[in-house]
Design a binder for this molecule. Structure first.
Ligand SMILES: [Zn+2]
Length: 301
């Protein structure tokens, strides 16, 4: 059996001549092993260092990106906070405007003598929240939208009612046909032609013959001619069951079916019919029954 011979490296140290030569024997496989191990350690250490360096750099990059992202988000949040503050302010402003509209609506209603609308409404803060406590959110937005929708409906209703009210106000006989002394009031009076008492269905206004007689309100002429007692008379239908009568004229200036506005001249005053002197007999009838004209005259002018 042949034994494998181990290889050695002989190292000789030759000092000066006074000393002996020293020689070492190192196993070559051992040298190889040590070299391999040393090389492996160096490679591993270098690799680790490079890897660690790269990882650190990568982490720094990530951190920098995150910092940038945080800065961006902080900026966005600040901008959004500003926008929300603006929206809150706007929501309050819109609510104030709605309340302003309600006040205007009430004012218009009072001006034309219409009853006030639902007094519980007037912006969302009155019932739902306290003043200045309106914040912008979807609930507030939908409340404001529904308030505005309701307000729009209210105002459309109001327009119709105001139009109707204005027509009524234009129509009623609220303006004096002539200005002069009232020589005989409405109601029971002493018969100017005798000693008995009689019912006077209108008022007598004393004016010189030829004074322009004006329509007391808007309407349509339903009679223009002679009537026993009234002389030359004009009757105007104002609608709403109301008529006005202008008697004792010297001249009639309108025709049956003619539309007139308040203040239009319809006749010249006179002394025709059952009259004791130049005057206008002014009569107002509601559903055919004479009423005191001053009730309507008081409403106008
Ligand atoms: Zn009279």
């Amino acid at each position: 059996m042949k034994k494998k011979r181990e290889k050695y490296l002989n190292i000789m140290i030759i000092p000066d001549s006074t000393q002996q030569i020293k020689s070492f024997k190192i196993s070559i496989p051992l040298i190889k092993t040590v070299a391999i191990v040393t090389f492996s350690i160096i490679v591993a250490a270098t690799t680790s260092l490079v890897y660690f360096g790269k990882t650190t750099a990568y982490l720094y990059t990530i951190i920098a990106e995150k910092d940038e992202k945080i800065a961006q988000l902080t900026f966005i949040k600040e901008e959004q906070d500003k926008k929300i503050a603006t929206l809150n302010k706007n929501a309050q402003l819109v609510n104030e405007k709605i309340k302003g509209l309600n006040e205007l609506e009430e004012k218009v209603r009072r001006m034309v003598g219409l009853s006030t609308s639902n007094p519980s409404r007037g912006g969302i803060s009155r019932e739902v929240r306290s003043e200045g406590d309106i914040s912008y959110d979807s609930e507030t937005t939908s409340e404001l939208v529904s308030e505005i929708d309701q307000k729009t409906q209210d105002l459309q209703d109001l327009i119709s009612k105001v139009a109707a009210r204005l027509d009524y106000l234009e129509s009623i006989p609220s303006s004096y046909p002539v200005y002069g002394t009232i020589t005989s009031p409405f109601g029971t009076r002493k018969n100017p032609f005798g000693y008995s008492y009689e019912f006077h269905p209108g008022i007598d206004i004393s004016v010189p013959i030829g004074t322009p007689v004006k329509a007391a309100g808007k309407g349509v002429v339903t009679y223009a001619g002679w009537l026993a007692g009234y002389g030359k008379v004009v009757i105007i239908d104002h609608g709403y069951g109301i008529e006005s009568v202008y008697g004792h004229n010297s001249q009639i200036l309108v025709k049956v079916g003619q539309s007139v506005k308040r203040g239009d001249i319809i006749a010249k005053s006179g002394n025709t019919g059952r009259s004791t002197g130049p005057h206008v007999h002014f009569e107002v009838r509601v559903n055919g029954n004479p009423v005191n004209p001053t009730k309507y005259l008081a409403k106008g002018n």
